[in-house]
Ligand binder design. Structure first.
Ligand SMILES: N[C@H](CCC[C@H](N)C(=O)O)C(=O)O
Length: 305
């Protein structure tokens, strides 16, 4: 952040990007100091009073050997999460555009492991999203044993869903038609359902044929988005496990199309799609954080009279 005039907070450079309409504020926290509290992220994600975004993506120096960057993700509600597939494609495009790397194969460390980003032509990026996690405690999802389909009680209604982690938790329901699926009503109730102790992203999957699907996702911490990359991966895994999909699937989301490939147990999920830069900006944060008022060492806090 550049030096700031008296009484004004520091400025922060950012880039606005999207992956199929799932939109992001992207910040290079390598060449500028960066610290945003959850309440600030919530304010900035507001589409009327702030910049407006589904997620904030932060580029940091690597914290592990043989990776190029650390990739941090914050939802619009300020929660920090483990994975963002559409964001990963934008991350790859961003670090090259900002000359933070000239590599075409970029390894990034997320909260739940390392993913590999391969930059292709015309803004396309292929992401190795890692091996899906199906073991309930690791998703996390409350179940006494691992199953392909679980029956969940939602306010007296029973719902069949699969539970998959792509680093972040997903519940996937198969529906006849995504256009009439109860995304607005069932989505939020499942997102915060007690069987998902860390909440979850809820996908509504329509099988068109064995290599084509349609998907809408009610995202954890953001609501319904125009696309969800990790959600598309989780949905294809669920569809394959149910015997409804082949290994390579074109997934049509509200904002466009992703190609997802999963060769089955133990194999990583590969995602191929676009990354788009919309504009670059600079914002002035409100006055810097007040240093917290802690009593000096050895001196008891002043007793309030
Ligand atoms: N809402 C998600 C993070 C963003 C995922 C999505 N935007 C994607 O493209 O994967 C979560 O809380 O796990």
């Amino acid at each position: 952040m550049s030096q700031h005039r008296r009484g004004q907070g520091p400025s922060l450079r950012f880039t606005k990007m999207h992956g199929l309409g799932n939109d992001f504020m992207v910040v290079d926290a390598i060449s500028q100091p960066f610290r945003l509290r959850p309440d600030m992220i919530r304010k900035l994600s507001d589409r009327n009073f702030g910049i407006g975004f589904d997620q904030l993506l932060v580029v940091e120096p690597p914290g592990l050997p043989d990776v190029d960057f650390r990739y941090r993700i914050f939802n619009a509600d300020g929660s920090e999460v483990e994975q963002c597939g559409n964001g990963a494609r934008c991350f790859a495009s961003f670090v090259r555009d900002q000359r933070l790397t000239n590599k075409k194969i970029i390894r990034v460390q997320t909260a739940k492991g390392v993913i590999e980003l391969r930059v292709g032509r015309q803004g396309m990026v292929t992401v190795n999203m890692g091996v899906p996690e199906l073991n309930p405690p690791a998703i996390p999802f409350a179940a006494d044993r691992q199953k392909t389909v679980y029956t969940v009680d939602v306010d007296g209604q029973t719902v069949d869903l699969s539970a998959v982690s792509m680093g972040n938790p997903h519940g996937v329901l198969v529906v006849d038609n995504v256009d009439t699926a109860p995304v607005e009503t069932l989505g939020p109730r499942l997102e915060s359902h007690p069987r998902f102790p860390a909440r979850a992203n809820i996908g509504f999957l329509q099988i068109v044929d064995r290599s084509h699907a349609r998907l809408r996702v009610y995202e954890r911490g953001a609501g319904e988005t125009l696309a969800c990359g990790s959600g598309a991966c989780a949905a294809v895994v669920a569809g394959c496990l149910r015997g409804l999909l082949d290994s390579r699937v074109e997934v049509e989301l509200l904002g466009g199309r992703l190609v997802i490939e999963w060769k089955g147990d133990g194999a990583p999920v590969m995602m191929d799609g676009p990354a788009t830069t919309v504009f670059e900006g600079q914002l002035r944060l409100p006055g810097g954080d007040k240093p917290s008022r802690r009593p000096k060492q050895g001196k008891p806090a002043r007793q309030r009279s």
